[in-house]
Design a protein around this ligand. Sequence first.
Ligand SMILES: C[S@@+](CC[C@H](N)C(=O)[O-])C[C@H]1O[C@@H](n2cnc3c(N)ncnc32)[C@H](O)[C@@H]1O
Length: 209
Amino acid sequence: MNRVQATARTQARYDRLAPVYDLMGALMERTAQKWRRLLWEEVEGESILEVGGGTGKNMPFYPKGPRITAIDLSERMLQRARRRAARLGLEVELRQMDVQALDFPDKSFDIVVATFVFCSVPDPVLGLRELGRVVKPRGKILLLEHIRPECPWLGRLFDLLNPLVVRLFGFNINRRTLLSLAEAGLKLDFVKDLDRLGIFKLIGARPSA
Ligand SMILES: C[S@@+](CC[C@H](N)C(=O)[O-])C[C@H]1O[C@@H](n2cnc3c(N)ncnc32)[C@H](O)[C@@H]1O
């Protein structure tokens, strides 16, 4: 399957999942909220882009004041995000867009944020390269991601389980996102382990000069 087909499949999958997405993640969300808070504490700037914003779970953490744009591949996820923004009284521009081909000029944003997104983007290096293109030279890229565990046997177990997880839920559990960041030409500022197994990470990066 090529990238265009894989992207269409991802979009269809999230359109289907949208009505149950929040329910599916409800158990995990309590922990995830602590991590989301940590990420948003790092955010300062006048223009913020959130990619793969989904149903808008980060919206309660959006700072007041900056211009915020959020994009997602799935129109159905965006519909839910629009409702959440209205409930919270937020002014946010929500647009359907593919992170692998962002429709923004170079150096448009002070901060680019993504939470649990690059596990399901068909070509993560292309998507990450796009983040590096649209962020300003002194800007920040902040990610919350789950990645392939470094522990060898656990990593192999995740490789084995991955096809099943992709089929059931649409995301990969064995992405080597830190390598993808380097391949995309981004510089790591910090990586914070969020769990004992080294699966969930808070990552700060920036475009290389
Ligand atoms: C696991 S959900 C995470 C949603 C949200 N960020 C959160 O923390 O709950 C992944 C999201 O990424 C979006 N996505 C996947 N591939 C994408 C792409 N190529 N471009 C933009 N969004 C994409 C999906 O539609 C989905 O809303």
